[in-house]
Design a protein around this ligand. Structure first.
Ligand SMILES: Cc1cc2nc3c(=O)[nH]c(=O)nc-3n(C[C@H](O)[C@H](O)[C@H](O)COP(=O)(O)OP(=O)(O)OC[C@H]3O[C@@H](n4cnc5c(N)ncnc54)[C@H](O)[C@@H]3O)c2cc1C
Length: 394
């Protein structure tokens, strides 16, 4: 449903964040244009088909959207996490397919560890083809035996000459079915976080198979896979950083991932809110539009207020992160605030749409399902509270 949005958002609570510059505005305009042209017209079909065309990666690269926030020397477009967040926000709001945006963006969690601890040769080999849209990257940390307790992961990598022999299973891996390279957390040492390493495992390596494409509640257009490694020989040259030093880069990447998740939740909720405002204006009941009922107006007001609050905390945390401050606690707070807000707003959006809100052809129906992932993925709500407790010192 088309909404003349600038006319709606008179309070300015959803205007671009204060830290953004003209550069962000240009990027937002391009992301909006791309999403309206290349994603939105296919959103429902791709979600229902549970996949989007691989070519989209190349189209996004051509439009300069795949490399946002990545260094130019490795084929990126420059900028930082604030640019990546602005871009993701527009792609979600205007593209109307969260599954497509997260699938096309899986490199956003797979590449940072390579850039953080890879050698110059590894960065030049792995990063540019992904940012050109030629290769697809995924991050594999979670295992069937557990995702929250990263330090206990069981996939083993045993050194044998110039190879590591990797054995184990990873699950819930975004873009795992189509990934050409998988940044994988493995155990090279003893128990605990001191025995964890990161290694890039490439498609086609003997012993590496996609054991299952998983069916899931939301994010339908993205693929989510179980990956199996059976005596999979991976060259030592693919090890990122020192052996047994993988845990810290994993943890360091989490702050950015959680900010990206918070920003995505704000975008999803914004879309659900806009749809609800438009619907409430058009839908008639008892001789007037739904927005003529105070109870509906107050629902919308609550939605707007919670979005604005989550947005403010996300942006404050983002700016502090970009200044180099340690934001582990704030990022966990932002994630919980934004994910709770997103679940609330999407639930209210379905309610305002009545029976139509329960129908698959209405975008709020799938946003409601998409929203459920966010208190789980990227560190659960409970783990965020553990981090907050540690940082706060109780
Ligand atoms: C659609 C989707 C996409 C995903 N994409 C990826 C990906 O690309 N790469 C990847 O590596 N992973 C991915 N994940 C995995 C995701 O990060 C994990 O599901 C998440 O970290 C939780 O791990 P788990 O599912 O094993 O739950 P568990 O760790 O088994 O937790 C189960 C429950 O117990 C709670 N719990 C666990 N420990 C504690 C504790 N100490 N205190 C209190 N409560 C606790 C949890 O909060 C949760 O409620 C994805 C998941 C989904 C669903």
């Amino acid at each position: 449903m088309a909404v003349a949005w600038d006319a709606c958002n008179r309070s300015g609570s959803m205007s671009p964040p204060l830290h953004e510059t003209a550069e962000h505005a240009t990027l937002r305009a391009e992301a909006r244009r791309f999403a309206k042209t290349h994603i939105a017209p296919h959103a429902l079909a791709w979600e229902e088909a549970c996949e989007f065309p691989r070519e989209l990666h190349g189209q996004m690269a051509e439009a300069g959207l795949l490399g946002v926030g990545y260094p130019e020397e490795y084929g990126g477009g420059g900028g930082d996490l604030s640019h990546a967040l602005a871009c993701a926000e527009e792609l979600i709001i205007e593209g109307r397919s969260v599954g497509t945006v997260v699938g096309a963006g899986s490199h956003g969690i797979a590449l940072p560890p390579i850039l953080a601890c890879g050698t110059e040769a590894q960065k030049r080999r792995f990063v540019p083809p992904v940012l050109r849209g030629e290769k697809i990257a995924a991050l594999a940390i979670t295992e069937p035996g557990g995702g929250s307790d990263v330090a206990s992961l069981a996939t083993r990598a045993v050194r044998d000459g110039d190879d590591y022999v990797v054995t184990g299973t990873k699950t819930f891996i975004t873009s795992g079915c189509r990934a050409d390279l998988v940044t994988t957390a493995v155990r090279t040492g003893g128990p605990g976080h001191g025995g964890v390493s990161l290694i890039v495992i490439e498609r086609g390596t003997p012993g590496f198979t996609v054991s299952k494409k998983l069916d899931k509640m939301g994010w339908w257009a993205s693929d989510t896979a179980e990956l199996s490694f059976q005596d999979c020989r991976v060259p030592v040259a693919n090890l990122l950083g020192d052996e047994n030093a993988g845990f810290v880069p994993i943890m360091m990447s989490f702050a950015s991932e959680r900010l990206l998740i918070s920003g995505s939740c704000v975008a999803i909720a914004t879309l659900a809110y806009r749809e609800s405002v438009a619907y409430a204006r058009e839908r008639q009941a008892f001789g007037k539009s739904l927005s003529g009922f105070q109870v509906i107006r107050h629902k919308l007001a609550d939605m707007a207020a919670r979005i604005a609050a989550a947005r403010a905390l996300t942006n404050e945390t983002l700016v502090r992160h970009l200044r180099g401050e340690s934001v582990a606690g704030l990022a966990a707070m932002a994630k919980n605030t934004a994910t709770d807000m997103c679940s609330f707003v999407c639930d209210q959006a379905v309610q305002i749409h009545g029976g139509y809100g329960y129908m698959r052809e209405y975008v709020v129906e799938r946003l409601f399902r998409d929203a459920r992932l966010y208190p789980i993925g990227g560190g659960t709500r409970e783990i965020m509270n553990e981090i907050i407790s540690k940082v706060e010192g109780y």
